[in-house]
Design a protein around this ligand. Structure first.
Ligand code: NI
Length: 147
């Protein structure tokens, strides 16, 4: 059985203890948000925040990183036959697309979720190509770099 699929295998990570200085009001806001988000301790909440920062940077920078995520797109299908355009673009990027779903909403609106995995630059290109179409009402990217 490969290690990653064995529920009893836990990768050991070495931990480093750090000390940081923060403005008091920022720490109060952080603690409030942490509790509301359901974190039991600051370490775990900070780790998540740090991961988000790294993912955000990876997405924006031109680094050659691998990642995975979801593109969520809403569009009006009446504008220049957006369905066909979306499909045509997705065929071009088939090597980074793992799956996609299409939901028909009210009127001529459609919602597509495209699950992606692979070269971050190619995924960014895909998002750019999709967003250039006139029928797109919104395009959101949720992306995590694979570390
Ligand atoms: Ni539809």
């Amino acid at each position: 059985m490969p290690k990653h699929s064995n529920p009893y295998f836990k990768k050991k990570t070495s931990l480093t203890r750090i000390s940081i200085s923060l403005p008091s009001d920022l720490l109060t806001k952080f603690d409030d948000s942490m509790v509301r988000a359901g974190y039991a301790d600051r370490s775990k909440a900070l780790q998540t925040a740090i991961h988000s920062l790294i993912d955000d940077y990876s997405w924006k920078s031109g680094d050659n990183t691998e990642g995975a995520g979801a593109l969520i797109m809403m569009y009006n299908n009446h504008v220049y036959n957006q369905d066909k355009k979306s499909t045509r673009i997705q065929h071009k990027y088939a090597d980074v697309i793992s799956a996609s779903t299409h939901v028909h909403l009210k009127d001529d609106n459609c919602l597509e979720t495209i699950l992606v995995k692979g070269d971050i630059r190619k995924i960014r290109d895909l998002a750019k190509h999709l967003s250039e179409n006139r029928g797109i009402k919104s395009l959101r990217v949720n992306f995590v770099s694979v570390v």
